[in-house]
Design a binder for this molecule. Structure first.
Ligand SMILES: Cc1cc2nc3c(=O)[nH]c(=O)nc-3n(C[C@H](O)[C@H](O)[C@H](O)COP(=O)(O)OP(=O)(O)OC[C@H]3O[C@@H](n4cnc5c(N)ncnc54)[C@H](O)[C@@H]3O)c2cc1C
Length: 395
């Protein structure tokens, strides 16, 4: 497909259909308003009684980047979208807030496919190349055919993108979107090491996993409390190194966190192979909200506490000769907000139903937070979680 053909095809595709979706009110999205001609300014604005104070903030930023296609989010979806667009001849920029691409697969430590490498053939042009590269680096099949080495994966993904001419902006966070009359996204504001800058593109693709672009641009998104349901839980991945039996001693100092006495205190934990001499441990941290800053912070805190408890359990109760090697830099987020559109299948939701609620209740120190339980109504993005699940608990 030629570059021009690609652009008109995608206009009706992923980013294009965004323009056709129901939009929220403009008032809620000040970025859509034209920027004032003067320099930076900060102004107080009246707010509704009881609501936190609000300010209006705007500033001029350079349009430093221009592209045919801008992909927001460099997880596996963003990598595949960017690589495919670049192959068709488009100039592509990919914006990723972390130091590496791969998203959950790398930064989130997931390091495991759902057997796609075995079952579904053919795999798709980009994915096939990734799998071939993993094979070539002997980074696939670490104890199980679907397990891969995630640090190697990060290198493979970056090299794939660079080979195809994608411009990578790492450590760069999408901040806001500028929307023209008629609802078309014209620029994004991104913020990396050089500070806030604008990125102009003909097409934008939201691969953030959290619908950040769609939300900022005012398109309708769905968070799970919307339908009164619980979302799929986050999980923290950590990795242990096998040592000699006489080298292992429970590493939890007395008084730190509540010890887990037996297997009943270990729900939602799974142990994965991770090559010779190691294992990956997945601990689920349910009932937090990945689209809320405080709730996500609380989930990270809870995850690391839980990791030390579970590690201690494996060492002390199960006598595993395991040392903590490392923990993935971020908690694994399965879902936050989804874009409402023709592809959103509202029926398919096997999220934390009653079973997961029950299991979560079994985690020491983990109290399911309920909507408004901290005095905040479940409106907007404040709903499940808050910091209620962890504050003040020492386990
Ligand atoms: C713990 C866990 C276990 C899983 N297990 C499996 C499994 O065994 N097998 C399997 O196939 N799938 C598994 N999944 C699901 C799989 O990880 C995801 O479906 C897949 O990785 C999603 O890819 P994605 O690119 O859509 O999103 P993500 O991987 O979430 O990528 C989104 C990217 O967007 C970036 N981003 C977000 N916001 C911004 C912003 N404002 N600015 C710039 N960048 C931004 C993020 O940093 C990230 O890199 C698991 C998920 C989790 C969390």
């Amino acid at each position: 497909m030629k570059r021009r053909q690609f652009l008109s095809a995608t206009a009706a595709g992923a980013a294009g259909w965004l323009a056709a979706q129901p939009r929220l009110s403009q008032e809620a999205h000040p970025a859509a308003e034209p920027a004032p001609a003067d320099a930076s300014r900060v102004a107080d604005a009246p707010t509704a009684p009881g609501a936190p104070p609000e300010i209006t903030w705007s500033r001029k930023v350079p349009v430093r980047y221009q592209a045919d296609v801008a992909v927001i989010g460099g997880g596996i979806a963003g990598v595949c979208a960017a690589a495919a667009a670049a192959r068709s001849g488009a100039q592509v920029i990919l914006v990723e807030r972390f130091a590496v691409t791969g998203g959950m697969l790398t930064a989130g430590g997931v390091s495991n496919f759902c057997d796609e490498t075995q079952v579904r053939q053919p795999l798709g042009e980009v994915f096939s190349e990734i799998v071939a590269d993993l094979d070539a680096w002997q980074a696939l099949g670490h104890g199980k055919s679907s397990v891969f080495h995630y640090e190697t994966m990060a290198v493979i993904l970056q090299e794939l993108l660079l080979r195809r001419g994608v411009k990578l902006l790492l450590h760069t966070r999408f901040v806001d979107a500028r929307v023209a009359q008629g609802g078309r996204i014209t620029e994004c504001i991104v913020c990396g090491a050089s500070g806030p800058e604008a990125l102009r593109a003909a097409q934008f693709i939201d691969c953030s996993g959290e619908s950040v672009l769609a939300r900022a641009a005012g398109f309708q998104t769905q968070e799970d409390w919307y339908a009164g349901r619980w979302r799929l839980p986050m999980s923290l991945m950590y990795f242990v190194r096998h040592v000699q039996n006489d080298e292992v001693e429970p590493s939890r100092p007395e008084g730190w966190f509540q010890p887990i006495a037996n297997k009943a205190g270990l729900p939602m934990t799974s142990v994965w192979p991770d090559g010779p001499g190691g294992n990956a441990i997945k601990i689920k941290i349910p009932m937090f909200d990945a689209t809320d800053t405080e709730s996500l912070t609380a989930a990270e805190i809870q995850g690391r506490r839980r990791m030390m408890q579970v590690l201690d359990y494996h060492q002390r109760v199960e006598n595993k000769p395991w040392r903590l090697d490392h923990c993935s830099p971020i908690i694994g987020i399965r879902e936050g907000a989804r874009i409402v559109g023709p592809r959103l299948d509202q029926r398919r939701h096997d999220g934390p139903s009653r079973r997961n609620r029950r299991r979560a209740g079994g985690q020491p120190g983990l109290r399911p937070a309920r909507p408004g339980s901290r005095g905040r109504p479940p409106s907007g993005r404040r709903a499940w979680g808050g910091s209620g699940g962890v504050t003040g608990s020492s386990d």
